[in-house]
Design a protein around this ligand. Structure first.
Ligand code: COA
Length: 372
């Protein structure tokens, strides 16, 4: 056997009851619910509850869950000190990776269940990210307890902009959190499950996942998509620039997918939000630039946008700095990672595949003096 392509493409490695991705090339469900229904009718907190606890909450359960997340926002002083110590030049993904690890060191053994750890991390990551951001950008020490917004999306925007968020921006971010929440065995979730399979602690599994999400081929694609889109002022400029990149065989981030073969069901949902938000944005022309890039990629390569492509402009029109795009993905995907870590705990078996060896044949060990 000779494995030419790696990537575990098409390999089924286990069972899951959490989501289905791309059955027959399209479609996404979380615990049986279609992503379109969730994005139209649910709030992110309902979806996080669904993923972590297995069922949609009742009205009373949802209220209690929202209250719980608000209570769990508090940042320990030691974490604030750490966030002040991490350089302002660090990438915000490094900030999340490091501060989640610190929370793990400080709070190991505090929570009574791993579901409580999941909730704690969803609740406190927006504050960790934005405490660091505001301290280094504006030398302001955020008081996370002063925020009035009780949703994760509203809390994030309130801490970022220092005021009550616009309702349309809040719902756009809320919908994006729903779309990013879960995606079966994507690379970061697989990394979390591999770590959990060694019986490592919950925080270690999450830190593995954050590190894995950071790359441009995974979560980092939304930031790279924005960097590309914002280079162009008109669709014509975009057409020229993208054709040149394709001719040079440069990948265009935010396009293509390992599992979806026809389209990414999340893309049209966030595209509609991007278009809506563009109407009141100063640089709303970036939406038309994006549409032209989409057309060229389809005409030239039959590649469709994935969730990351139109998320970029949707976030941008909400006034979110590009370097915070992938960290928002973390805040959302914590719900999916958590569901998978919890699922891995049931019937756990160490994940340990094998490799096809194509190195040197067995050979004698040479003494140091004989080596050239
Ligand atoms: N831009 C240009 N060409 C692309 C492309 C893109 N975004 N995505 C795939 N292709 C091309 C590759 O160059 C390759 O062409 P070739 O066969 O002529 O060499 C072919 O399509 C297959 O791509 P490959 O990278 O092998 O497919 P994959 O299944 O391993 O990759 C992704 C899936 C997502 C990693 C890939 O589409 C990609 O890199 N996309 C950009 C990053 C991104 O948006 N990631 C977020 C995913 S949700």
């Amino acid at each position: 056997m000779n494995v030419k392509t790696g990537g575990l493409e098409g390999i089924v490695v286990g069972n899951t009851a959490i989501s289905t991705v791309g059955k027959e090339g399209v479609g996404l469900t979380y615990r049986g619910y279609d992503i379109h229904d969730l994005a139209s009718h649910a709030a992110f907190e309902e979806v996080a509850y669904l993923l972590i606890y297995g069922n949609l909450p009742t009205g009373a359960q949802l209220q209690a869950y929202r209250d719980k997340l608000v209570q769990l926002r508090r940042l320990p002083d030691a974490v604030k000190l750490l966030l002040e110590t991490i350089p302002g030049t660090a990438h915000p993904m490094e900030v999340l990776r490091t501060s989640v690890s610190m929370i793990g060191a400080l709070e190991a053994g505090h929570a009574s269940t791993e579901q409580d750890i999941a909730d704690r991390l969803i609740a406190c990551t927006p504050g960790m990210l934005l405490y660091w951001y505001q301290f280094h950008r504006h030398t302001t020490r955020l008081d996370e307890s002063e925020a009035s917004e009780n949703s994760v999306a509203g809390y994030f925007l309130e801490l970022l902009h220092g005021k009550k968020p616009d309702d349309e921006h809040k719902r756009a971010v809320d919908v994006s959190l729903i779309l990013y929440a879960e995606h079966e065995l994507n690379a970061s979730t697989f990394a979390a499950r591999v770590t959990a399979s060694t019986q490592a602690d919950f925080y270690s599994a999450v830190v593995s996942a954050i590190g894995t999400l950071r790359g441009d081929l995974h979560g980092g694609a939304n930031e790279e998509a924005m960097r590309l889109i914002s280079q162009f002022k008109t669709p014509e400029q975009a057409e020229k620039g993208v054709r040149e990149r394709l001719a040079a065989k440069t990948k265009i981030m935010g396009f293509g997918h390992r599992v979806y073969k026809i389209s990414d069901p999340r893309s049209d949902i966030i595209k509609a939000w991007s278009e809506k938000l563009s109407r009141q944005a100063a640089d709303g022309y970036l939406f038309e630039v994006s549409r032209r890039i989409e057309k060229i990629l389809w005409d030239e390569k039959k590649l469709f946008p994935n969730l990351d492509f139109y998320s970029a402009t949707a976030y941008h029109f909400c006034g979110i700095p590009t370097s915070l795009f992938t960290p928002i993905f973390v805040i959302s995907r914590l719900s999916g990672w958590s569901a998978h870590i919890l699922e891995q705990r049931i019937n756990n078996r160490l994940i340990r595949p094998e490799a096809h060896y194509d190195g040197p044949a067995p050979r004698p060990f040479p003494p140091l003096a004989d080596r050239r």
